[in-house]
Write a protein that binds this ligand. Structure first.
Ligand code: HEC
Length: 117
């Protein structure tokens, strides 16, 4: 009894925390998890400020075209593996839904400190 209450308290804290960080739909949240598990190694900096192997993913990835993005994820590209045997169609859709919530990454810092907007 007491344990259940503690667990519930813990769970609601976790839910509240992730909800406040960003309001994601359940699909986008699933996408974020799949992305974290499979794609971050190449698409997010492993250390603050370090280079990524692949381009940063954002709502403008694959020209903002969901169909093209799906194809890229399924078949891969020159230096990127394809995922059609690893991820289900629905999982790829989840990833795309999440990536579309990500803002465009800032342009690479140029000499003089950006401000190119
Ligand atoms: C082994 C490293 C690696 C992994 C893992 C990887 N990618 Fe990539 N990805 C790349 C590289 C590198 C590119 C750039 C194109 C190229 O050189 O092949 C790319 C390009 C892309 C693009 C096209 C971006 C654009 O704007 O055109 C998308 C979308 C993408 N990846 C999504 C994903 C997703 C989703 C996953 C996880 C399921 C993933 N990638 C996993 C390396 C990777």
């Amino acid at each position: 009894m007491k344990h259940t209450a503690t667990l519930l308290l813990f769970l609601s804290a976790v839910v509240a925390q992730s909800a406040s960080a960003q309001t994601l739909t359940p699909q986008q949240a699933r996408g974020r998890m799949i992305l974290t598990q499979n794609c971050n190694i190449c698409h997010l900096p492993q250390n603050p400020g370090s280079e990524t192997y692949g381009p940063r993913l954002s709502k403008t990835s694959a020209n903002g075209d969901d169909n093209l993005m799906k194809e890229v994820i399924q078949n891969g590209l020159v230096r990127m593996p394809g995922w059609k045997y690893t991820l289900k169609d629905s999982e790829i859709s989840d990833i795309i839904a999440y990536v579309r919530t990500l803002p465009e990454p800032p342009a690479p810092t140029s000499k003089g400190g950006g401000g190119a907007e």
